[in-house]
Design a binder for this molecule. Structure first.
Ligand SMILES: [Zn+2]
Length: 175
């Protein structure tokens, strides 16, 4: 809970939902009640002007922002642990000759991440992954800026999958 009031003039509801004030100020939020965040998001199709990488950065801030202010649930803790583990795996990959990495380990992690974002073609290009990522995020986002726990968890999962796929494309040139 917080003491913020909704940004809409004349609305005295508590503001538990935030949105960036402009595409150029992704860390600068304005706060709304549930009804007004929905209207705000509907009016301004925020993500349509952003690249997949910009969306990724925004979600990172958004989700991390939530973690700071909200008590972490078991699922968030889980995703945080998973992300720490994958970071350390990637970190350890970087100094290695890529030909020595077990390809089955790579492909199962890669395929799992593809499944999370709903792609069943392992030869998909990075551009196609980005397009799909943007589409999912656009569908999920309006309710995730607030307290919709289910969507927040799904979004966290999608974001982790996207990062995994991007890392693999960067490191192993699948595209
Ligand atoms: Zn309001």
């Amino acid at each position: 809970m917080n003491n913020r009031k909704c940004n809409i003039e004349g609305c005295s509801m508590e503001a538990n939902y935030k949105a960036p004030s402009s595409p150029d100020e992704l860390n600068n939020y304005i706060w709304f009640c549930l009804q007004h965040i929905k209207e705000y998001n509907k009016k301004w199709n925020f993500f349509s002007n952003m690249s997949a990488d910009e969306i990724e950065e925004f979600l990172e801030n958004d989700i991390i922002g939530h973690r700071k202010t909200k008590k972490m649930g078991a699922h968030n803790k889980y995703f945080e642990d998973i992300s720490k583990i994958s970071e350390s795996i990637f970190a350890s990959f970087k100094g290695f000759d890529k030909s020595t990495i077990n390809p089955s380990l790579i492909s199962s992690k890669y395929l799992n991440a593809l499944a999370v974002i709903g792609i069943d073609n392992k030869d998909v290009t990075l551009e196609e992954i980005k397009t799909k990522f943007k589409k999912i995020v656009k569908e999920l986002h309006p309710d995730t800026v607030g307290e919709n726990k289910k969507n927040t968890e799904k979004l966290t999962k999608v974001l982790e999958a996207y990062k995994t796929l991007k890392e693999y494309h960067d490191n192993f040139k699948y595209s």
